[in-house]
Design a protein around this ligand. Structure first.
Ligand code: ATP
Ligand code: LTN
Length: 345
């Protein structure tokens, strides 16, 4: 019996869920990851019921060294916590701790058309490198596992960068198909993509997005890099012809990208920045942004290293996250199995 002072379940405010994942495929997250997606995770946990996970099963779609994959999983968890994901509020877990993801993925694979999967642009891009014939089937079915990751938790929003929009659309299509065929089981999740930071560009080649697989070392700012190195990368960023500081992503992609990063890190509006740099050259803006970057990454890096020093605590957080997530995932999967006609054990 609930005591009088405690809210009954009906009175408890129901927070909409958010869910997102990130692959542990590099030694550090980069500014594209942080500004495009992870920063929103931190904000949304204040007002939503958050589930955040490390997508180590997705990482396996390209070859990974086992030792590195294991280490990077912890580094990813430590970075999430260092940037403000609070394990008291958010379930932080590892995808492979949750067998339900692969189990639901199988059911969804049986609802996905071959042609539909083939249209995924990320598969086209990533398979082009090794050639389609030698790419893994896992790379091909990657977006279906992602749909399972999402639908298991019935989230309202999925905070990601622009490059994930197509996967979110597939997820919604599959949810709709399932609901139509087997009676409504899934809610349709909305992508949560912030327009301003949806696509952070490479500092050396503003024609492409900042990315761990395509950027040159000078084009990508890594959150855990030596802050002096990051400052240097900002100061050497490629800028556009002319010298006027103006926000115009079409004709001035380099300087506009720096303004976007500056605005996101400092909380100052783009207009305010443009006004205050009026009449000054690119060098002044880059120099100041380099300082802002150093002030931002230094405490982040220190905190991450501190968290990495206590593996037992990280393991405890990930176990607790798996407990919370497991209860939701098991219930959804049981419902799905029942609807499709699998007999109970
Ligand atoms: P890859 O090069 O292997 O595609 P990546 O560097 O693009 O990797 P992911 O691990 O695929 O990074 O992305 C993690 C999250 O960060 C996703 O939500 C993705 O949309 C977002 N993201 C990645 N790069 C950027 C970027 N340049 N701008 C905005 N968001 C980004
Ligand atoms: N594909 C995403 C990672 C990812 C994800 C998810 C994101 C795997 N499963 C579920 C949101 C929801 C990426 O980072 N490239």
């Amino acid at each position: 019996m609930a005591r009088m002072s405690e809210p009954t379940p009906a009175e408890k405010p129901v927070r909409p869920r958010v869910l997102s994942g990130i692959q542990p495929t590099s030694d550090s997250f980069h500014f594209g990851n942080y500004l495009g997606a992870l920063r929103q995770w931190v904000e949304l946990q204040e007002t939503h019921e958050p589930f955040f996970f490390i997508a180590n099963m997705h990482a396996l779609t390209l070859e990974q060294e086992p030792k590195k994959l294991r280490e990077r999983t912890f580094v990813a968890a430590a970075q999430l916590m260092a940037m403000g994901i609070d394990p008291q509020r958010s379930a932080i877990f590892v995808q492979s701790h949750m067998p339900e993801h692969a189990e639901l993925a199988w059911v969804l694979q049986c609802l996905t058309g071959f042609g539909e999967a083939r249209r995924m642009t990320q598969f086209k891009d990533k398979s082009a490198k090794a050639g389609e014939g030698s790419s893994s089937v896992g790379l091909f079915t990657y977006p279906i596992l992602q749909a399972a990751d999402i639908l298991l938790y019935r989230p309202a929003y999925v905070p990601v960068g622009e490059d994930q929009r197509q996967h979110l659309e597939l997820t919604r299509d599959l949810a709709q198909r399932f609901n139509h065929r087997y009676k409504r089981a899934f809610r349709l999740p909305e992508p949560y993509i912030l327009k301003e930071t949806a696509k952070i560009l490479d500092l050396q080649n503003p024609a492409i997005k900042m990315s761990k697989s395509n950027s040159s070392p000078g084009g990508i700012v890594e959150m855990l890099d030596d802050p002096k190195v990051s400052a240097k990368k900002v100061r050497s960023a490629v800028t556009d012809s002319g010298s006027e500081i103006r926000f115009d992503p079409e004709t001035k992609p380099g300087i506009s990208n720096l303004l976007t990063i500056y605005s996101a890190l400092s909380g100052r509006s783009i207009e305010d920045l443009v006004t205050s740099y009026e009449g000054q050259g690119y060098g002044a803006l880059k120099g100041d942004l380099a300082d802002v970057v150093v002030d931002f990454v230094t405490p982040f890096r220190n905190r991450t290293l501190e968290l990495l020093d206590d593996r037992a605590e990280l393991e405890r957080v990930l176990r607790a996250g798996a407990e919370t997530a497991g209860a939701v995932a098991r219930a959804t999967l049981a419902d799905v199995y029942d609807r499709v006609g699998f007999v109970g054990r």
